[in-house]
Design a protein around this ligand. Structure first.
Ligand SMILES: Cc1ncc(COP(=O)(O)O)c(C=O)c1O
Length: 388
């Protein structure tokens, strides 16, 4: 680009996503009237619960439509503080909590509040694509920590510790994880907490998928290293509220204050109406728990179905313990995951995400947040490609 608009070095440093090639091809096929099933979206297919919607409507009608405090309305911060105690065994007073526009903004604010150029950040791989991109955006250096499909992508604290250098500042944990669905058990979290204490590291624990666990228990690492941990969560995945854009974080007051200062100069506050909706989800938590239970049971059934189906097709797929994604080894279709995703799209008309950007070569990610009929059709279509 030349002339009066010159893109900044920062904007140019953002890596173009390799998933774009596949998603634009999917759009093109759809435009041609070809029916493509998308297994690439990272959001629940359920509608937002009725009591949450009703609270938002009430908020609009009663004029709760103005700026709020940067950190969020006091009632919501109190409800989040109570939630941390009730569900996670964490102790964050309301003034040690901040509300953001989605979990993504909580992570963004946290990285900008805590990282300097050259700092190293350990991120278990495969990882959610936004972690290394956001970390690099601050000038810090993302350092992937390898895990293997054979272990169900389990984090090995020894492998993690071997990568610690004098420049290491932070560990990003995401359990249950996107894209792996791995859930780290208490002994792994305890070991990571201890090594964070030994090396004086910050832990950012992204617990967006905490309620979507099937055969495992989700535990917050903040229980083991409270002085080292910033816990990030939000309404998007658990309460089917992706479009409402509510995230939050709890941690040391000084860090929360710095995150608020950053937010005050960018988006100010999360949408007031959405904050009242999230308040209903947290305050009416028994009603919300019934919704979460219904969704969890549906996801479990879908997971069992898609994992069994893909393995039966000869595509090795470990059983994830949480979230709503599976990682599948597609090297029998093509050794390169980008090419394999293209073949699956062109020949099976199913859109999947190549593992390239997740740090997962030879794998693709499928989201099973879709009805059973759709999943059956997906298996039938991919089966056609495999048999060819
Ligand atoms: C691991 C993980 N963290 C955070 C987010 C962001 O959630 P939100 O939509 O609330 O910004 C996502 C969304 O895909 C995610 O997968």
């Amino acid at each position: 680009m030349s002339g009066p608009f010159q893109l900044s070095a920062r904007a140019l440093s953002l890596k173009p996503s390799s998933t774009v090639a596949v998603s634009s091809r999917a759009l093109e096929l759809r435009r041609q009237g070809i029916d493509v099933i998308s297994m690439s979206v990272g959001e629940p297919d359920f509608d937002t619960p009725a009591h949450v919607k009703a609270a938002a409507i009430h908020a609009i009608e009663s004029g709760k439509t103005k700026y709020t405090a940067v950190s969020g309305i006091a009632e919501l911060r109190e409800a989040i503080s109570a939630k941390f105690t009730r569900e996670n065994g964490l102790n964050h007073a309301p003034d040690a909590v901040t509300v953001t526009s989605g979990g993504k903004q909580a992570l963004f604010n946290a990285f900008f509040a805590l990282l300097n150029p050259g700092d190293e950040v350990l991120i278990p791989a495969p990882y959610w694509v936004s972690y290394p991109e956001m970390v690099a955006f601050t000038g810090a250096v993302p350092v992937p920590v390898p895990t293997t499909p054979e272990s169900g992508f389990m984090l090995d604290p020894g492998v993690l510790e071997a990568l610690v250098t004098p420049r290491t500042r932070m560990i990003v944990l995401n359990s249950p994880g996107n894209p792996t669905g791995a859930v780290f058990p208490p002994e792994v979290l305890q070991a990571v907490a201890e090594l964070a204490q030994r090396h004086s590291l910050t832990i950012v624990s992204d617990e967006m998928y905490e309620h979507l666990v099937y055969d495992a228990e989700q535990v917050s690492i903040g229980r083991y290293a409270p002085e080292h941990t910033l816990t990030v969560n939000g309404a998007s995945k658990a309460y089917a509220m992706t479009g409402w854009r509510i995230g939050y974080a709890g941690g040391p007051k000084g860090v929360i204050a710095a995150m608020n200062a950053i937010q005050s100069q960018s988006t100010s506050n999360a949408s007031s109406v959405s904050q009242y909706a999230a308040l209903a989800a947290l305050e009416q938590h028994e009603e919300t728990a019934r919704f979460v239970e219904m969704a969890r049971n549906a996801y479990r059934e879908r997971r069992d179905f898609i994992v069994a189906g893909l393995n039966a097709l000869g595509l090795p797929t470990p059983t994830p313990q949480g979230a709503f994604y599976v990682m599948t080894d597609i090297t029998s279709i093509h050794p390169g995951e980008l090419e394999a995703a293209r073949i699956i799209l062109d020949d099976a008309r199913v859109a999947v995400v190549p593992g390239t950007d997740f740090g997962a070569p030879g794998q693709v990610r499928l989201s099973y947040a879709a009805g059973m009929d759709t999943l059956a059709e997906v298996l039938r279509r991919i089966g056609g490609v495999v048999s060819r």
